[in-house]
Design a protein around this ligand. Structure first.
Ligand code: NAD
Ligand code: UDX
Length: 452
């Protein structure tokens, strides 16, 4: 099939590459010429395991192309995926300007039947707005009778595992208008190679499809905030949240997955989708009790590591040096959006500390966003980037771990103890056994477990 993907970010690029891999002819459009230049040069603008190989293979085969040329992109695909950003507006609602701009471009230039597919995460009712935008542009051109379909096809991939999630999905949700058999058939055949088990392709009405995406992310964020709140209580009571996680998760109705207390959730989805759902609920006259609480717990959780450091060293951190391992909002990505490390670093340098930070892939992106957060170059604020986890430890008083990259899981503990002046580790991801850390002479504080 001929497919256009509008927006070549995390979701658009993965979607385009994986659809090309199945033999489709995909053209990816972006308004950011820098991204398209990188892609045309044989690279990819993000870190995502396994993606570069698929992009290169399909680009070389001529099935995957990249452009900034809007008329070409509209002419190319019968299926037009909209995968642009939907960032939070000032009031928390999803900002639809990029989605609607993409829809208008399609209406302004299309000459034959198109399926306009909302892949971006968008509030219930957005498909109607997309339809109205396309229709409006067609009518301006006197082509009001031109047929097109609007479909909702929210994306559930996780960064760091995006290729696997897209190619072996738990489910694919497709929302179509009642009676729009043509669009339903096209979507079914497009996804058939990915959902051999046909039960995994869920076709429903458009509003339910749009709502499903928010409900899923809100449920997952709620689990995390719930565990984070319990972790603080566990610490106060002397219980171990890891034992509790396994204890409750053994009940299949709960399950042990995605139940880890930590440094707070970040990323491009949970924070904004929780806010947007709260906004939708308020606008519908049914304000959500839960979404505000989920968000408030998370904001507080992002401060927990800094609070532990302050409890140990006092409010004034001048003259102290902290090694920080992990900056990305989760492992296997360079994405710094809403990363808990940003809150930690701002707190440390505000109190006068020096920071030696290390992340396997996110340092460059971290330097960019920290400069914006702090209003100055990170080095001027006292943040230095180390080339390795070991280098970050040199001359540090203590280590703070924010992101659970695999390479942090089994460090040389003797060397760790020898290098840290205070032999102190604050672990925001519960990577190590407290008793083992103690046996190496380390003072160890983690999340929701007794300090040793
Ligand atoms: P992103 O910021 O990485 O990429 C969006 C891209 O769209 C940017 O490159 C931007 O330049 C481009 N763009 C904006 N307006 C455009 C236009 N009119 N025409 C062409 N390109 C345009 O965003 P993302 O993380 O890929 O997220 C995209 C959407 O998918 C969001 O709604 C998000 O909530 C949703 N989503 C994201 C994830 C994730 O893990 N990142 C997962 C599921 C769903
Ligand atoms: C999320 C959803 O999982 C995905 O389905 C959706 O399409 C996009 O949003 P993503 O943001 O890429 O994906 O990462 P995810 O693995 O969900 O982690 C989000 C945040 O939650 C991270 O900061 C992670 O550290 C945190 N988290 C996750 C926890 O604190 N505890 C957990 O048990 C799991």
């Amino acid at each position: 099939m001929k497919i256009t993907v509008i927006g070549t970010g995390y979701v658009g690029l993965v979607t385009g590459a994986c659809l090309a891999e199945m033999g489709n002819h995909v053209l990816c459009l972006d308004v950011d010429p820098r991204k398209i230049e990188i892609l045309l040069g044989g690279g990819i603008p993000i870190h995502e395991p396994g993606l570069l190989e698929i992009v290169r293979r399909n680009a070389q085969a001529g099935r995957l192309e990249f452009t900034t040329d809007i008329p070409r992109s509209v002419a190319h695909g019968t299926l037009q995926f909209i995968a642009v950003g939907t960032p939070p507006d000032e009031d928390g609602s999803a900002d639809l300007q990029y989605v609607l701009a993409a829809a208008r471009n399609i209406g302004r230039l299309m000459t034959d039947y198109k399926v306009v597919i909302d892949k971006s995460t968008v509030p219930v009712g957005t498909a109607d707005k997309v339809r109205a935008a396309v229709r409006d542009e067609l009518e301006r051109r006197g082509l009001g009778d031109t047929a097109f379909s609007v479909v909702s096809n929210p994306e559930f991939l996780k960064e760091g595992a995006a290729v696997a999630d897209f190619t072996r999905p738990d489910r694919v949700v497709v929302g179509v208008d009642d009676g729009d058999d043509r669009a339903a058939m096209l979507m079914r055949s497009l996804y058939a190679p990915f959902v051999r088990n046909r039960d995994r392709l869920l076709v429903m009405d458009i509003k339910s499809a749009e709502f499903t995406k928010y409900a899923a992310n809100a449920m997952l964020a709620t689990r995390i905030s719930f565990m984070n709140e319990l972790s603080r209580l566990a610490e106060r009571l002397g219980a171990d949240i890891e034992a509790v996680r396994i204890g409750i998760g053994s009940d299949p109705r709960i399950g042990t997955h995605f139940l880890y207390a930590g440094a707070g959730y970040g990323g491009s989805c949970f924070p904004k989708d929780v806010k947007a759902l709260a906004r939708t609920a308020a606008e519908a006259g049914l304000p959500s009790q839960m979404m505000g609480a989920v968000e408030a717990v998370n904001e507080a959780q992002k401060l927990v590591l800094a609070a532990k450091v302050v409890a140990a060293y006092g409010e004034d951190l001048r003259g102290r040096t902290f090694a920080v391992w992990g900056l990305a909002f989760k492992p296997n990505t360079d994405d710094m959006r809403e990363a808990p490390s940003r809150v930690l670093l701002a707190e440390l340098v505000r109190r006068g500390a020096r920071v030696q930070a290390y992340d396997p892939v996110a340092a460059e992106e971290a330097a960019r966003v920290l400069a914006l957060d702090l209003g100055q170059h990170p080095a001027q604020a006292g943040i230095h980037f180390a080339a390795s986890a070991q280098e970050a430890l040199a001359g540090a008083d203590a280590l703070v771990i924010v992101t659970e990259w695999k390479e942090f899981r089994t460090p040389d503990f003797e060397q760790l103890a020898a290098r840290l002046a205070d032999r102190r580790v604050f672990d925001g991801r519960n990577l190590y056994e407290p008793a083992m850390m103690k046996s190496f002479g380390l003072r160890y504080e983690s999340i929701g477990r007794p300090a040793v």
